[in-house]
Design a protein around this ligand. Structure first.
Ligand code: ADP
Length: 272
């Protein structure tokens, strides 16, 4: 039995959910780079990436993967691998747009298959790229597998933060510790004059974190290289591991790893 009576995934040590209140704030880009940074910080570690956004899978493009998974004799799907990361996505399983009309039950069944009927193990970390918001997928995952912690990605403007708060509240209600916040698109540096502008503000996210007693795990600038990397399927951590952007993602991975045992210890201490 795993944490809270949920069943662990065979051979998977830690599960980390990357979530956001709103779409388009950079959750998938963060999930991809977090997975790569977890792998880079310790090459002996095996890392997987589950694209749980059934309606709008981005991982095939961002990880430059296509095709269908092989199925083993035990009827398990083999994840597709690129840059050393084992990936699974609805984008590998159905035609583009086919899942758009799916109802909740079909989505939940697809998520369960992508969790249980995939040859994930052995993995040190499985990063789950959640769909935006607080719907069926989030509940299915939190009720089925022991998620060690969630990272909530938000841009720093008030409108996105309102939804990020809802995300944090949902994880609280389902008993998943929130490891912290990623402030994405935090600052824009003009490539010509190098002036830095907080396009989406900065104070509100700091205030929210203080109020919710959460830390900002990393601040990722608004940078065209991230968008280009996502579109080309060539993540910056692979093409330019020494760039300051890559270092920001490495810091995120460090913070995430540091907080997993802390939180587990706290849970263990709180028990009877
Ligand atoms: P979400 O998963 O929240 O819907 P994505 O990760 O798909 O968002 O990001 C939306 C778009 O913004 C993508 O084109 C992505 O490459 C881009 N993007 C994400 N983060 C950044 C950033 N820090 N700087 C520039 N572009 C970014």
């Amino acid at each position: 039995m795993g944490i809270g009576g949920k069943f662990p995934l065979a051979g998977v040590k830690h599960i980390i959910a990357v979530a956001s209140g709103k779409g388009g704030v950079g959750k998938s880009a963060t999930a991809v780079n977090l997975a790569l940074a977890l792998s880079a910080r310790n090459p002996a570690h095996q890392v997987g990436l589950l694209d749980a956004d059934v309606y709008g899978p981005s991982i095939p493009t961002m990880m430059n993967l296509s095709g269908q998974p092989e199925v083993t004799k035990q009827n398990l799907m083999k994840p597709l691998t690129n840059y050393g990361i084992k990936c699974m996505s609805m984008g590998f399983l159905v035609e583009e747009k086919a899942a758009i009309v799916w109802r909740g039950l079909m989505v939940m069944s697809a998520i369960q298959k992508m969790l249980r009927q995939v040859l994930w193990g052995p993995l040190d970390y499985l990063v789950i790229d959640m769909p935006p918001g607080t719907g069926d997928t989030q509940l299915t995952i939190s009720q089925n597998v022991p998620v060690d912690g969630a990272v909530v990605v938000s841009t720093p403007q008030d409108l996105a933060l309102l939804d990020a708060r809802r995300g944090v509240e949902m994880f609280k209600q389902v008993g998943i510790p929130v490891l912290g916040i990623v402030e994405n698109m935090s600052v824009f540096q003009c490539p010509k004059c190098h002036e830095q502008t907080h396009i989406f503000g900065h104070e509100s996210i700091q205030n929210m974190c203080q109020e919710l007693n959460l830390d900002i795990l990393a601040s990722i600038p608004l940078d065209i290289r991230i968008r280009e990397a996502s579109d080309k399927g060539e993540p910056i951590l692979i093409t330019d591991p020494e760039a300051s952007l890559s270092k920001a993602y490495m810091q995120l991975a460090e913070e995430v790893v540091r907080r997993i045992p802390e939180k587990q210890q706290r849970t263990a201490k709180a028990g009877p």
